[in-house]
Design a protein around this ligand. Sequence first.
Ligand code: NAP
Length: 249
Amino acid sequence: MHGIALITGASRGIGAAIARQAVQAGYDIALNYARDTAAAEALAAELRGLGRRVLCVQADVADEGQVLRMFERIDAELGRLTALVNNAGIVVPGARLQDMGVERWQRVFGVNVIGSLLCAREAARRMSTRQGGAGGAIVNLSSRAAQLGSPGLYVDYAATKGAIDSLTVGLARELIEEGIRVNGVRPGIIETEIHADSGIAGPELAAAAAQLPIRRLGRADEVAAAVLWLLSEAASYTVGATLDVSGGR
Ligand code: NAP
């Protein structure tokens, strides 16, 4: 019995791979997405075929009201949450600092940082053994950008992931005595549609891959495998860790 997992930003990319592996591992899941209802519903239908309950729930994680309503639906339709994957995240177009505006900062911090805080808060309220919960696990998606800084590309995005690394350490130490394990994963360059949003085209990705020690891009399922391990009982003594899944980058 694995319990009930919320995966944010699961209509495509890494989140969809996490959703698929979570269902295969025996979780019932809430599959969150922001805009692409058709993609989310198609994935949900496929995963229901594996015999688990899959609740498809639209919510912008940066919006507190939408997050609160999403958790209320999960309570009512699935039951008490035992796992959260804070995966929803956005990048921003490549730019230098001097050319950036405050609107993009508010949006990228809103989704990547406030969104993770909001979902972690609502999950902790339900999982905490001090509040009648059964404990649980949270995994936050960071990025190697947190440590590399992404100069000339998106230092703001990198800074949101630096914040996620701090959040993982702090929450892990705050919540472990309430039965909640918090960890993170730092992907390198993974082949998903996210790069198009920052204006990075296929040939540039291939060139970047050639520079990596492993000489190839990562796959979403390779990140998902690390997330599922961190959620699992096999990681029962792993607390506040952030695992690099980056091909040696
Ligand atoms: P992706 O392919 O762009 O997918 C993003 C997902 O998040 C989509 O399902 C999208 O749903 C959802 N989403 C976007 N904004 C949202 C919001 N405000 N509220 C709820 N859901 C939202 O991204 P990815 O490459 O799989 O990345 C997943 C995570 O890994 C992100 O946190 C990213 O920063 C991190 N990461 C990725 C890489 C990489 O190379 N790909 C590297 C390091 C870290 P809709 O399509 O419905 O809007």
